[in-house]
Design a protein around this ligand. Structure first.
Ligand SMILES: C[S@@+](CC[C@H](N)C(=O)[O-])C[C@H]1O[C@@H](n2cnc3c(N)ncnc32)[C@H](O)[C@@H]1O
Length: 256
């Protein structure tokens, strides 16, 4: 309701002729939906070497923020899954209908912030794809909404479906000396005040609203599933300047 006048305004200005959901449907966070999608397509290409021939899995595909710009670039298979029915429905209706190589499916996974009625636990969810299916797997702003046992499972699932020479791109709020210092000084843009050791949260009652992870813990998790980071680009969330993105971006491949 709040966004209805803006949606009407966009409609009258012809702004929604492009493939973009109505503002009232956007549940994937603040920021410019189109700009962030384009920013990530650029990061996928320049930092992770994404090619049109890659086979791509979008873990937590939301309402197509990453998929929409990919439709202009990717020629091969794209799969996305998410826990929010409205997001998956929109993507199926507006993206898959025009780009049949783009598939979306719903996962009935419990998440206190996004899908409280979900039946399956994220720490036990098996991604619905064969092993070695994808050359590029990404999860943008998704593991930042999962608790440690779920992140462990998701990294193990990513390793299972990733081809041996594939790479993955994952975004995090990483806790290290620098980001912890910025958090303490109040320079960070999120207040991860509840420290649980390897992870910290903003909201005790809704932990999945935002979860930050100790950087060493993330490296150890990747390592335990045979992966290692090839690059870590720290984001502006913790108060740094000149960053690639808002969250920290980790690109990983299998250990050689
Ligand atoms: C901030 S949004 C980001 C969405 C999308 N990745 C993007 O960048 O636009 C977080 C997304 O994670 C999804 N999500 C939450 N728990 C999930 C889970 N266990 N598995 C897959 N997606 C999940 C939410 O439904 C939501 O779409």
């Amino acid at each position: 309701m709040l966004f209805a006048p803006f949606d009407l305004f966009d409609h009258l200005r012809g702004k929604r002729k492009q493939l973009t959901p109505r503002r009232s449907l956007l549940f994937v966070g603040r920021g410019d939906f189109v700009r962030i999608g384009r920013e990530f397509l650029d990061i996928f290409k320049t930092e992770a070497g994404l090619l049109p021939s890659d086979t791509v899995l979008d873990v937590g595909s939301g309402i197509g923020r990453m998929a929409i710009p990919l439709t202009d670039y990717l020629e091969n298979r794209y799969e996305g899954f998410d826990v929010v029915p409205e997001g998956v429905n929109w993507c199926q209706k507006y993206i898959s209908s025009r780009f049949p190589n783009f598939n979306f499916q719903l996962a009935d996974i419990h998440n206190r912030s996004y899908h409280p009625s979900g039946k399956v636990r994220a720490n036990a969810y098996v991604f619905p794809y064969e092993q070695d299916s994808f050359s590029f797997v990404f999860a943008t702003s998704v593991l930042t909404h999962l608790l440690p046992d779920a992140v462990d499972n998701y990294i193990s699932q990513i390793a299972r479906v990733l081809k041996p020479d594939g790479r993955c791109l994952l975004t995090f709020f990483l806790l290290n000396d620098r980001s912890r210092e910025n958090l303490e000084c109040g320079h960070a843009q999120a207040d991860f005040k509840f420290d649980n050791g390897t992870y910290s949260i903003v909201d005790k009652d809704m932990p999945e609203n935002a979860v930050a992870y100790d950087e060493g813990f993330v490296e150890a998790l990747l390592d335990s599933h045979g992966l290692c980071p090839t690059s870590v680009s720290y984001g502006s969330w913790s108060g740094s300047f000149g960053c690639l993105s808002f969250q920290d971006v980790v690109i990983a491949t299998f250990k050689r």
